[in-house]
Design a protein around this ligand. Structure first.
Ligand code: NAD
Ligand code: 89Y
Length: 344
């Protein structure tokens, strides 16, 4: 079986997880890396034994010799790098958030479609094994027809020390973290017709909002609440667990702190431990996210081989990014916003 050769651009805080993930992935390996910061390039190159190193993405693509590219830079560089990859006809993974604006996001998806190259957004939270376990329980029919849900991420974990840019942007929690929770809501409850959102900044040392509450009207008639906060001090810090509450016609599902999945139906209540595996390179509390990186990267390779569109393709991710845009607009105007305004 042919090994897919990859190049990774952006050797920062999160890319180290992706590099570990690529080592685990069956059927792929990273052959070249790129970062405009020589110190970061050296650190990742040395740690993972990659000798082909570039400080310019243009030079990387011009030299070629790889089958796909994994873009792990921050949001401002996503569009130029994805468009560059499309010009070279290279299948591309792009980190979330796909872009700073819907216009950029649509242009990226269009560029890849025109070039005939697959584009997947690294939207990994729906790949977390506790979320997969919850989805399987819902799909089993155990709780009947779902009519209400909640996707909740509340924490006071210091994300700013590892990712200092999170404290400086005008937009923070919806764009950075809420985007994952909104994607999980789409994954579990289907596409969304309209959004009503409220935001707040509690931490005065940051620029953007660190608390957000969104109410989603799903097309299937389900109502969900997606709430996230980095200003919530709890007795036991839950970072980075996403908690779920799902009510159905025959029962209820709860994914509670400590990775406990409760499925309550007429037959009784089943409680399962769905704690993710601790991969050899992982470090709690990040192991939940780290496992999902490996899983989504394996999905990418499997899709590439099979010629299948990845679950979180660029095309799919426009619908998640539209929820981000709709949430900011709703919070700014104090009104319910139709998602179609961003997708039409
Ligand atoms: P970072 O700032 O630590 O790293 C980004 C790196 O990209 C830097 O080293 C920078 O020099 C390099 N870079 C930027 N533009 C470049 C360009 N044009 N060419 C070459 N190199 C370039 O950022 P990070 O915290 O690692 O975040 C990267 C992305 O990962 C962000 O979009 C963030 O939202 C995302 N992220 C995702 C998850 C997740 O679970 N999916 C978790 C954390 C961060
Ligand atoms: O950047 C964020 C993400 O995608 O997952 C958690 C995070 O690292 C901080 O909010």
């Amino acid at each position: 079986m042919a090994i897919q050769k990859g190049a990774l651009i952006g050797c920062g805080f999160f890319a180290v997880n992706q590099m570990h993930g690529w080592r685990d992935t069956e059927g792929a390996r990273i052959v070249a890396i790129c970062d405009r910061d020589p110190a970061r390039l050296r650190a990742v190159g040395d740690e993972f034994g990659i000798t082909r190193r570039y400080t310019s993405a243009e030079d990387l693509f011009a030299d070629g010799g790889f089958d796909f590219v994994d873009i792990a830079t921050t949001v401002r560089s996503h569009r130029p790098l994805v468009e560059l990859a499309a010009r070279y006809g290279i299948p591309t993974i792009c980190q979330k958030p796909i872009a700073p604006t819907m216009e950029d996001a649509k242009a990226m998806v269009a560029a890849c479609a025109e070039a005939g190259v697959p584009l997947m957004v690294h939207e990994n939270f729906r790949w977390q094994s506790p979320i997969r376990a919850a989805k399987a329980a819902i799909d089993s029919g155990a709780i009947g027809e779902v009519f209400w849900g909640r996707v909740s991420f509340r924490s006071a974990y210091d994300v700013y020390s590892g990712q200092p840019y999170l404290a400086t942007g005008k937009r923070f929690i919806i764009e950075d973290l809420g985007i994952h929770a909104l994607d999980i809501a789409r994954y579990l409850f289907g596409d969304v017709a309209s959004v009503t959102a409220r935001t707040r900044r509690v931490n005065s040392r940051i620029v953007g909002e660190d608390v957000a509450t969104m109410m989603l009207d799903h097309r299937r008639g389900i109502t969900s609440v997606v709430d996230c906060s980095y200003a919530t001090r709890l007795p036991v810090e839950p970072f980075p667990e996403t908690l779920l509450e799902v009510d159905g016609s025959k029962g209820t599902l709860r994914l509670s702190q400590g990775y406990r999945l409760h499925v309550h139906s007429r037959d009784g209540t089943e409680v399962t431990d769905v704690e993710p595996r601790l991969l050899p390179w992982a470090s709690p509390p990040w192991h939940n996210i780290q496992e999902s990186v490996s899983l989504i990267q394996q999905h990418w390779v499997d899709c590439l081989r099979a010629g299948r569109e990845p679950d979180t393709s660029g095309r799919d991710n426009l619908k998640t990014f539209a929820l981000v845009e709709a949430s900011y607009r709703s919070a700014a105007k104090g009104k319910t916003v139709p998602v179609e305004e961003f997708l039409g």
